[in-house]
Design a binder for this molecule. Structure first.
Ligand code: FE2
Length: 430
């Protein structure tokens, strides 16, 4: 047997230890491949080998713009939206493209190889759309970039948003987005959900709406979204992002809502870094967390994936493109600390998110696309605890990023020691 590339002795997320044989862009064999010839070898030596990280919710048109044209003084969602409007008026295609490409290097170095990014369609020039279409093409050999047509200022509230959203979809944007809680009234919000779901169904596209990103327990657009997804047969092809109002909803109402979401096959995408920062800003004490009901959804069989949302932009000043940071925050805020729950949190930034994006060929089995990441950790829970270095990242059969293992010369009080340093931002694509 011979392979182009063999990853030797990795520990898979389910605990199996196996070699992975790669031919071309596909995984050709999984098991004991001792004696097989390999054009190139990656020694995993017991380290965790995972399919790549997947981010189901991001804003690549805004990323790495922190401080432009000014800081978000109040730290709120609404000032962030206003600030983004100021930046949109002055940004250029090249700036958006270049910031996004830097971010894609960060992502690739972290083993984050599939990203669903919303792109603002409330712009008559469609500048962000054109820039991210450009980026999608440039990174296609190592990152699956799925774009969502996102009318940030409201598809009905903004006078040209509907037409611009249609134009963005005509240009090749993949998914239909929306923001019902930002429309002028609850009724307009509900009407926008119906119109956008019908648009998606008519074009055979997926749906992913920013939905009820508020502390208002009466923001119930998720109910309309579940109903329309069910009515239009969009099962397994629709997601509600954020759903933070569910944190504050009446428990009896939620006991009816969760089965409706499950019946519709509607996925949920909480974004814990952002939700914990932006929600509860109008509260005194006790102050609500604002994260949606993750454990309760999972118990109903609803697919839930952790999203990142923002990195260094008008809404969030930090971020590293590390989906383990996202899962780490999520498991704390959702109190998912049992080992089974922590393993689920790892799945929620890998396999569950791949399901939400409907990625083809995702996984480590023979026949899957040969994209994977080797982490300096022994298992998924240790990976969450350490958020460790990514020793190797392979995209479509090619090693695109490598990092040396921790410096063995380190000593602590005269003993050999190990540090768990973090990856330097910026990537090292070869
Ligand atoms: Fe978002």
């Amino acid at each position: 047997m011979s392979f182009d590339l063999v990853v030797r002795g990795g520990t898979l997320p389910d605990g199996r230890v196996a070699d992975i044989g790669i031919r071309g862009t596909k995984i050709a064999a999984l098991g004991d491949l001792a004696g097989a010839e390999a054009g190139e070898t990656v020694e995993a030596a017991g380290d965790l080998v995972s399919p790549p990280f997947v981010d189901p919710h991001f804003h690549m048109d805004a990323t790495l713009s922190y401080g432009l044209p000014r800081l978000n003084a109040s730290g709120t969602l609404l000032e962030g939206i206003a600030l983004w409007g100021e930046l949109k008026a002055v940004m250029t295609h090249e700036e958006v493209r270049d910031r996004a490409l830097v971010y894609c290097d960060w992502a690739a170095s972290m083993g984050l190889l599939a990203i669903r990014s919303h792109v603002d369609t409330c712009d008559d020039r469609l500048l962000g759309v054109e820039a991210l279409l450009d980026v999608r093409e440039k990174v296609k050999d190592y990152i699956d970039l799925q774009l969502v047509a996102f009318p940030q200022d409201g598809v009905f509230r903004d006078p040209t948003a509907w037409g611009n959203t249609l134009r963005a979809l005509d240009r090749g944007v993949d998914v239909v987005g929306g923001i019902p809680h930002f429309e002028r009234t609850m009724a307009e919000g509900a009407r926008s959900v119906t119109a956008l779901c019908e648009l998606a169904a008519g074009r055979g596209l997926m749906v992913d709406m920013h939905c009820d990103e508020t502390d208002d327990p009466m923001s119930r657009h998720v109910e309309t979204l579940a109903h329309e997804v069910n009515r239009l047969g969009l099962h397994g092809r629709a997601a509600g992002s954020h759903l933070t109002s569910m944190h504050s909803m009446d428990n009896y109402y939620v006991s009816k809502l969760l089965p409706l979401m499950a019946e519709a096959g509607l996925a949920a995408i909480p974004n814990p870094l952002i939700n914990i920062v932006l929600q509860g800003r109008h509260d005194s004490f006790p102050k609500r967390r604002g994260l949606t009901r993750v454990k309760e959804m999972r118990a109903q069989g609803i697919t839930v994936g952790w999203g990142q949302d923002c990195v260094r932009d008008p809404w969030y000043s930090l971020g590293t493109a590390d989906m383990l940071d996202v899962a780490f925050m999520g498991l704390h805020v959702a109190q998912m600390t049992h080992p089974d729950e922590m393993r689920a949190c790892f799945d929620m930034v890998t396999t569950e998110n791949a399901k939400i994006l409907n990625l083809e060929g995702y996984g480590l089995e023979p026949g899957c696309t040969a994209s994977l990441v080797v982490l300096d950790a022994g298992d998924p829970v240790e990976a969450l605890r350490l958020r460790p270095d990514r020793l190797a990242v392979i995209a479509r059969g090619k090693v695109i990023s490598r990092q040396a293992r921790n410096d063995p010369r380190l000593t602590i009080d005269g003993r050999p020691g190990r540090i768990r340093r973090r990856h330097a931002a910026g990537g090292n694509l070869g």
